[in-house]
Design a protein around this ligand. Structure first.
Ligand code: FES
Length: 159
């Protein structure tokens, strides 16, 4: 694995235990997960036990130990979004992307997650794709939303 990005990150953040969270956040952003080889190198460079890094990685949602998709689709299933049809929207996205919630497509294009209230209940039901937020989503909007991010055919079906 190319560790040049990691060297740049550590140079920027500092090679000491106090920089751990910032380094891990940068690694997550750059590699889209925390690869084991990178965790080992961070452990050595920052003099932090790898076991502690894994503890942090599993505790905070911001980190993933599995490769994540280029696009992270989150469907809100908080109360307002649930009442507004969030479950059906999530199920449609699962079918269209052929991926289950909590998983990533084999081509690493999409990860799909459910979340519980994004703090904009007035827009329920809500879907986000990376930093983009879609409100008042209904089933007929799903193909259009996914197509914006689709680089290959992913079997997007009509509602
Ligand atoms: S319940 Fe979905 S944004 Fe609050």
């Amino acid at each position: 694995m190319d560790t040049q990005n990691l060297e740049t990150i550590i140079r920027k953040r500092g090679a000491h235990p106090g920089a751990l969270i910032e380094v891990l956040l940068d690694v997550q952003e750059k590699y889209r997960y925390l690869p084991p080889e990178i965790v080992e190198k961070v452990s050595r460079e920052l003099t932090v036990p790898a076991s502690w890094i894994y503890h942090i990685a599993t505790f905070y949602n911001a980190f993933s130990l599995q490769p994540r998709g280029r696009y992270c689709v989150s469907v809100c299933l908080g109360t307002a979004c649930h009442v507004g049809g969030g479950v059906k929207i999530l199920e449609k996205i699962e079918r269209d992307l052929r991926v289950k919630r909590g998983c990533t497509t084999t081509d690493l294009d999409f990860s799909l997650d459910e979340v519980h209230c994004l703090g904009c209940c007035g827009l329920a039901p809500v879907v986000t794709v990376n930093e983009d937020l879609y409100g008042k989503v209904d089933l007929s909007h799903v193909p259009r939303i996914l197509k914006k991010y689709t680089t290959k055919k992913v079997g997007v079906e009509d509602a």
